[in-house]
Design a protein around this ligand. Structure first.
Ligand code: PMV
Length: 337
């Protein structure tokens, strides 16, 4: 049942997809073309407070104390508008976000950002949503945010577009995936924290519209997901890594074949990929995945994480290296931020 609170603070962490989300079959509803699967991290939390502001003429949004502008502000205001429509409450809001992840560098700050915003806004406006409802709501801010609602491994269902928009909206949400005895680490090599030149939204659209490799990747991604679920179910980390790496390289191949091409990987990214190959030659089961930016995330057994981090630090242009484990999903926290 909906409860009025008027003010709420939530924390969320980014997730990294092992089976990628790339391409929307419905842009307005954020319905993806394919299912995806991710691990929520235990680093880079985003903390967001939403406070209703009766009488205010517009939403006011800050990031790390600075007023939000441009596209970021528009996306948050549009998201709050959706929450207002669902709640039947018209008050504008004050939204303050503290982000610890470098924004716009393919480190999924939009995932932690919209997961935290969804949880805080749903509570402040009294929507009374369960985890699945929160996942569906977060999806409308940024697709990947649907997965950061959950701890550890989560699968996001693409849903179906056959019926009404309401039915389609109900059918696409994330949920936890069972995984046994993995003890994984994800070593994040930050190659650049500069904002990306092509947004993931634009890059997805261009890839779907023009890349001859897109459909074959979407088809093979379905098989990758089946294999991934099986590998997680038997706790086979090298298989998880191998499937994740091929799925990510395939996604980047679709972009390279787009017209004009979208290339997020830099020479430094390829340097990291080389050192991952070298680690494997030395017997360390390390596997790479890359998103809409040049940074590389390397999956490996937790006991190997320090050795992997060391190897990645030795790649000349790598800025910083962070070791993450599986983390908690988005949640409300007490008090003010
Ligand atoms: O952050 P979004 O929702 O615009 O999507 C980005 C998608 C990738 O990070 C490249 C892949 C994924 O599944 O997270």
């Amino acid at each position: 049942s909906a409860q009025r609170t008027d003010i709420a603070t939530a924390v969320a962490q980014p997730n990294i997809a092992l089976i990628k989300y790339w391409g929307k079959k419905d842009e307005r509803l954020f319905l993806p073309r394919t299912d995806s699967l991710s691990m929520t991290l235990d680093i880079f939390p985003t903390t967001t407070r939403v406070r209703l502001a009766p009488g205010a003429g517009q939403d006011r949004v800050t990031f790390n104390g600075e007023p939000a502008t441009g596209d970021a502000e528009r996306r948050i205001t549009a998201f709050l508008q959706l929450v207002r429509e669902r709640s039947g409450r018209g008050e504008r809001a004050r939204v303050d976000t503290e982000n610890t992840v470098p924004t716009g560098a393919g480190l999924a700050s939009s995932a932690s950002g919209f997961a935290a915003l969804a949880v805080a806004a749903a509570a402040a406006y009294g929507l009374g949503l369960d985890a699945r409802g929160l996942s569906r709501l977060a999806r409308r801010g940024s697709g990947s945010a649907s997965r950061s609602i959950f701890d550890g491994f989560a699968v996001w269902h693409a849903g179906h577009t056959g019926g009404t928009p309401e039915e389609a909206d109900l059918s696409s949400y994330a949920e936890p995936v069972p995984a046994v005895d993995l003890d994984p680490a994800l070593v994040v090599a930050v190659v650049s924290s500069a904002p990306k030149e092509v947004s993931s939204r634009e890059a997805m659209r261009r890839t779907m519209d023009t890349s001859p490799l897109y459909e074959p990747w979407a088809v093979s991604s379905r098989a990758d997901l089946t294999d991934m679920r099986a590998a997680l179910g038997r706790g086979d980390l090298p298989a998880v890594g191998e499937i994740a790496e091929r799925n990510a390289l395939g996604m980047h191949a679709t972009m390279l074949a787009a017209r004009p091409a979208v290339r997020y990987l830099s020479p430094a990214s390829l340097g990291v990929l080389d050192s991952v190959l070298q680690l494997r030659r030395e017997g360390v089961p390390a596997y790479a995945t890359m998103d809409a930016g040049p940074n590389v995330k390397v999956l490996c057994p937790r006991p190997d994480a320090e050795r992997v981090a060391e190897a990645l630090r030795a790649v000349a242009p790598v800025g910083s290296v962070h070791i993450a484990g599986p983390g908690r999903g988005a949640r409300l926290v007490a008090g003010e931020c």
